[in-house]
Design a binder for this molecule. Structure first.
Ligand code: KG4
Ligand code: ZN
Length: 401
């Protein structure tokens, strides 16, 4: 019988700060199950709205501000925050580790000084891909806690978190088989990844320019919709469907006919820009209902175009590699139309039978997925020495193998 492990997950790769504590047992291949003991998330979306995207320096500061309160929240939910009655001497090099993060250090000192060391077996932290300045905040936080509490660290590839999350349901694995084909769609990534066993990945296709989420965000900006654009476009497209609005224009499905598993979304963004510009400079002053209708038509046709391209190439890839299980992960997998189209096409074809997608709340960035991916590595004893942790903005899934 395998022992249980408590894993603290830390996520700071983009504009969500996440801290999560899970208790898990078993291995990837046998008897795995887990409980969420605490889970906390702080979104910076409101802050970045003004810029229409993530502003790295601002993001870094916000992560530094959010981490200690989120850790306290997580440990409180878990019932793991216990006042230390006796005199406390906090050991470790955390002062040194956090010397470039004075605000984080200042917030951490009272926590370390007044509470007992919680029972945690490993700290799982995102080391990439993402924004390096923000990744460093999470890494240094993990190192400081590791030093003060003497807990080993597991480094986690953020994308593996997006792969693992859809495999779970109610603390257990869903039923599925390797090989799996993962369509990973987020703000920074769009790729098709083949996996024959846990921890081994082969990228068979990717975007040649913008990521799918980036395309949603950029098109939203062209339509004067707030950041992040995915949910906004999706809402307008749904409205267009319910009103049965038929667009009188069509965008070309990018790279759909090409004999590869790559994607391209920047041309689509340009097509939207040209269409908006063709309406003339005074168009934005046209009657509100006309403008709304036009935006809905664009949202509908754009979403349809992205969904068709993603779904078609994913199914072709599954076919080519004889895959039965498709995983869709990353923030864009919250998109209802993409899921619906994929499920429909799967039903009509003799191809893959299983579709693993997580709920919209867990599709976007969170620390639960980091704790989960981290657990499987911790369970195999794959720890990293604190001093050798490095943020890697372009970290690839293949390098895990
Ligand atoms: O995975 P994620 O939270 O962060 C990154 O790792 O990038 O993904 C964020 C992206 C954003 O581009 C956002 O617009 C997109 O996911 N997104 C959506 C939806 N919800 C979030 N895109 C399309 N439809 C949605 N419902
Ligand atoms: Zn992500």
């Amino acid at each position: 019988m395998a022992a249980t492990m408590k894993i603290l997950g830390i996520e700071t790769s983009a504009d969500e700060t996440g801290v999560s504590l899970i208790e898990a047992e078993g291995s990837f291949d046998e008897n795995f199950h887990f409980k969420i003991l605490g889970n906390a998330l702080a979104s910076q979306i409101e802050l970045h709205r003004e810029y229409g995207g993530i502003y790295p320096n601002l993001a870094k500061r916000e992560h530094a501000k959010a981490l200690v309160p989120l850790l306290i929240d997580t440990l409180t939910q878990a019932g793991s925050l216990k006042k230390d009655e006796g005199p406390t001497f906090v050991k470790g090099l955390f002062h040194e580790i956090l010397k470039k993060e004075p605000e984080l250090l200042e917030a951490l000192i009272p926590l370390l000084g007044s509470y007992e060391r919680p029972q945690i077996d490993a700290i799982a932290v995102t080391v990439g891909p993402g924004l390096e300045p923000t990744l460093w905040v999470g890494i240094n936080f993990a190192r400081a806690l590791s030093s003060a509490w003497n807990i080993p660290i597991v480094e986690v590839n953020h994308m593996e978190g997006h792969v693992v999350m859809p495999m779970m349901e109610n603390g257990h694995f869903r039923e599925f088989e390797f090989p799996t084909m993962a369509l990973l769609i987020s703000g920074g990534h769009t790729e098709l990844v083949l996996s024959r066993e846990f921890g081994k990945y082969e990228r068979i296709g990717e975007t040649r320019d913008d990521a799918a989420g980036e395309a949603f965000d950029k098109v939203a900006r062209l339509l004067d919709l707030p950041y992040p654009g995915g949910p906004e476009i999706s809402r307008l497209a749904a409205e267009a469907r319910s009103r049965n609005l038929q667009p009188d224009f069509k965008f070309t499905r990018p790279m759909l006919r090409d004999d590869n598993f790559d994607f391209s979304f920047s041309g689509l963004k340009t097509a939207v820009r040209k269409l908006v510009e063709s309406q003339g400079p005074t168009f934005k002053n046209s009657p509100r209902s006309d403008l709304e209708k036009f935006k809905m038509q664009i949202a509908l046709e754009f979403e349809e175009c992205v969904a068709e391209t993603l779904v078609e190439k994913t199914l072709r890839a599954a076919d080519e590699f004889d895959v039965d299980t498709i995983i869709v992960g990353g923030g864009v997998s919250a998109n209802a139309r993409i899921k619906e189209l994929l499920a429909n096409r799967m039903m009509q074809s003799a191809g893959p039978r299983r579709l693993l997608v997580t709920s919209p709340e867990l599709a976007t960035d969170n620390a639960l997925m980091i704790a989960l991916a981290g657990y499987f590595h911790a369970q195999r004893g794959e720890f990293t020495v604190s001093d050798s942790l490095v943020a890697n903005g372009n970290l690839r899934l293949e390098t895990l193998s």
